[in-house]
Design a protein around this ligand. Structure first.
Ligand SMILES: [Zn+2]
Length: 102
């Protein structure tokens, strides 16, 4: 299910848009709670999630995620979201030491 942050947003620039929002929002105006300091990706609290694969598999359902570079150490992640996040992190780590595109 897409979260609020993933929905595309149109900028609210006109006065009528602002008033419409205010009406919908029962008069609450201003900016929403700042996301400053919040992690981009919430940390998974599952024990062993994100540990390097030189450790024993923390959990039978954990999947091993190998980075795109052969020198990257593989890590254990929960299947699904954590594994996807892990793959993205491995991709990011590969940038800057020759593992990325071009
Ligand atoms: Zn996890």
């Amino acid at each position: 299910m897409p979260t609020r942050a993933q929905r595309p947003r149109l900028p609210e620039v006109s006065e009528s848009q602002r008033q419409a929002r205010q009406a919908w929002n029962q008069g609450k105006t201003g900016t929403s709670r700042p996301a400053e300091g919040a992690p981009v990706v919430e940390r998974c609290s599952v024990d062993g999630c994100g540990s390097t694969a030189d450790q024993p598999q923390p959990n039978a359902s954990m999947v091993r995620v190998q980075g795109p570079g052969s020198t990257d150490s593989a890590r254990w992640y929960c299947p699904g979201r954590c594994a996807a996040v892990g793959r993205a992190l491995a991709d990011l780590r590969s940038i800057g030491h020759g593992g990325g595109a071009r």
